[in-house]
Design a protein around this ligand. Structure first.
Ligand code: G6P
Length: 599
């Protein structure tokens, strides 16, 4: 997964492309590059982040393409950075995805000069061959595409041909229609500061961008793609005075939650109004829900299971998307499959949904990204409305996913009669209190920062919780390990004594969720077990409860089923400040990327 950007128009291409790459860096940041096309093609590329890339201004350039890389084939080196060129240096190509058959193609292209270890490099040489046979740039790209197997998005240019030719197959590409030119991006953040008029390419599309027009083809036919206005403004893609995107996004949570909830609460009916197209009759009769997701979204799925099962009286299976299988004999007619995915582009989640669809199951997505691939593949989607999230570590989208799923649980419970209007109203009241409860935690940042500073050099960190807090324990551990590289693990509180307790020492802080909603006495006993082994315990305790047996406590507003979600915000801040103390590159953790479009 990498970021692609392109621009053709009146502005200076180099600056538009570098701004776009900066905004797309969350997709990969081990190398970056730009090709500028004027009378000839000049390529500037190198290992490292876009900040390290020197791009001489080039007033003659009429257009260009750019790329920020998360390496798959070939290490991050200057030579492996994109754009890649053909033997003549006239063709330049950027690529996101993986070409399954590049070995075979490379062998066929015997005699061409290859300078990198990437799979991408076969593409400019295939284009070169087609042009040598008399094709123009667009026809040459189409001919090259016929040879490629795998999932990809590409953009190609040629010194002698007008425009940029872009194509998508399973990897996202968005066109921006501006007053001063046409833009291309892996997502809208690449160009949202210039235009909010966008069209999303579909699989098989080949788009030819000119400075004031675009032609799109699919399967040889000319097609049009709707131009939509996105409601993200340019500031949504900036840091707004915070040192890191992650910090900004943690602090945006009250606003994100208000957006997720707004217009979705029907007080009179004690119900959520979600405007979903899934048939109510179908939702009344399903007897199982499967949730498939990856990373943080998987933890949101685990939280949803704990919410849905008791409220809706239905069995919920939660699978890591890469492990999701449908077994012969499964009652596919009465199962709803829910994909939880911030980006809507995660390859493992998409392929789980494709397996579910192939078995005849109804599919539903809970996602942040309007126009994403998943929204086109599922039967219906519910948007979490969190706004763009740039930090690789997901924060605001996790709380918004759980909130959207809590609304969905309420909707299902009311529809199936497993909860009354009063019970529905109680849950909705907790949902409505979420933004201010989260704000109360944000207001305690100074205390959390002090704790983070005190424990930042610990050997390892353990997080324990029960019931609804167990997924949050997993999520909190993931957050800390992603951005600080510290050893961190989350456990069901009761499981600690069945093995992990062997790791507990006075140098391993244990962060314990003491929410009232799940057997607090038992969790207290688990905490005492670790304290007696000398571990410092930081308790996340319901405000007002006496948990003085913990070395430290962070007070969490009482909020029923959603209290662990609020506690999660305290541990987002904890992870952030531990990583900051350690001087880590918080928004760009090593080896990771936000959107993983390879399986
Ligand atoms: C990547 C990111 C994680 C994210 C996961 C799923 O691994 O680094 O932060 O949770 O993908 O992403 P999705 O967009 O499907 O929620």
């Amino acid at each position: 997964m990498c970021g692609i950007t392109g621009y053709i128009g009146d502005n200076e291409s180099a600056s538009v492309l570098s701004a776009g790459l900066k905004n797309l860096e969350y997709r990969g940041y081990d190398s970056a590059g730009i090709a500028l096309i004027g009378d000839d093609v000049t390529v500037h590329k190198q290992e490292g982040t876009i900040d390290g890339l020197t791009i001489p201004s080039n007033a003659d350039a009429t257009h260009g393409i750019g790329h920020t890389r998360w390496s798959t084939h070939g290490e991050p080196t200057d030579a492996n950075a994109h754009p890649h060129t053909d033997c003549s240096g006239d063709v330049a190509v950027v690529h996101n995805g993986i070409l399954a058959n590049y070995h075979e193609l490379k062998e066929e292209l015997n005699g061409h000069i290859f300078e990198s270890e990437t799979d991408t490099e076969v593409i400019p040489h295939l284009i070169e061959e087609a042009i040598a046979d008399g094709a123009d740039l667009r026809a040459a790209v189409m001919r090259a595409l016929d040879r490629l197997e795998g999932s990809f998005a590409i953009a190609a240019t040629h010194a002698d041909y007008e425009g940029i030719v872009a194509a998508r197959q399973d990897s996202p590409l968005v066109i921006g229609h501006g007053d001063e030119g046409m833009y291309l991006g892996s997502d809208v953040t690449a160009f949202v500061e210039y235009t909010r008029q966008v069209s999303f390419l579909e699989d098989g599309d080949v788009a030819h961008l000119y400075d004031d027009d675009i032609e799109i083809f699919n399967d040889g036919e000319r097609v049009t793609r709707e131009v939509q206005t996105v409601d993200w403004d340019a500031s949504a893609a900036g840091k707004a005075g915070h040192d890191h995107y992650m910090h900004k996004e943690i602090h945006e949570q009250p606003t994100a939650l208000r957006q997720a909830i707004s217009g979705r609460v029907d007080d009179l009916a004690g119900n959520a109004s979600l405007n979903i197209d899934l048939d109510d009759g179908f939702l009344q009769t399903i007897d199982e829900i499967h949730i498939a997701a990856c990373g943080t979204s998987y933890h949101a799925g685990l939280y949803a299971k704990e919410l849905i099962e008791p409220l809706v009286d239905i069995s919920v299976r939660v699978d890591l998307a890469s492990e999701y299988e449908v077994y012969d004999g499964h009652n596919t007619q009465d199962t709803l499959v829910v994909a939880v995915t911030q980006s809507g582009e995660t390859a493992d989640t998409l392929s789980a949904i494709r397996r579910a669809k192939a078995s005849g199951m109804t599919t539903f997505a809970v996602t942040n990204t309007v126009g994403s691939t998943i929204t086109r593949e599922v039967d219906d989607s519910l948007f979490i409305k969190a706004g763009p999230e740039i930090g690789v570590a997901a924060t605001k989208t996790f709380v918004s996913q759980v909130t959207a799923l809590a609304l969905f649980a309420t909707y299902l419970g009311r529809l199936r009669g497993t909860i009354s209007a009063d019970e529905g109203a109680d849950i909705l009241e907790d949902i409505r209190q979420l933004p201010s409860a989260v704000q109360a935690i944000l207001d305690e940042e100074a205390q959390i920062r002090r704790l983070a500073a005190q424990y930042s050099d610990s050997k390892a960190f353990f997080f324990i919780g029960r019931g609804l807090a167990q997924p949050v324990a997993l999520e909190s551990a993931l957050k800390l390990k992603e951005i600080s590289y510290a050893h961190a693990e989350g456990f069901a509180a009761g499981e600690l004594k069945h093995g992990p307790l062997a790791l507990v020492t006075e140098n391993t802080p244990v962060l314990a969720f003491l929410n009232q909603s799940a057997a607090p006495e038992e969790t207290r006993n688990n905490v005492k077990e670790v304290e007696s082994r000398g571990a410092p315990v930081i308790g996340l305790a319901t405000d007002g409860a006496d948990e003085s047996f913990c070395k430290h406590t962070i007070d969490i507003p009482e909020l029923g089923r959603l209290e662990p979600l609020v506690a999660n915000v305290a541990l987002q801040l904890f992870a952030y400040h531990v990583a900051n103390e350690m001087g880590r590159p918080i928004d760009k953790p090593r080896n990771l990327a936000k959107s993983v479009t390879v399986g």
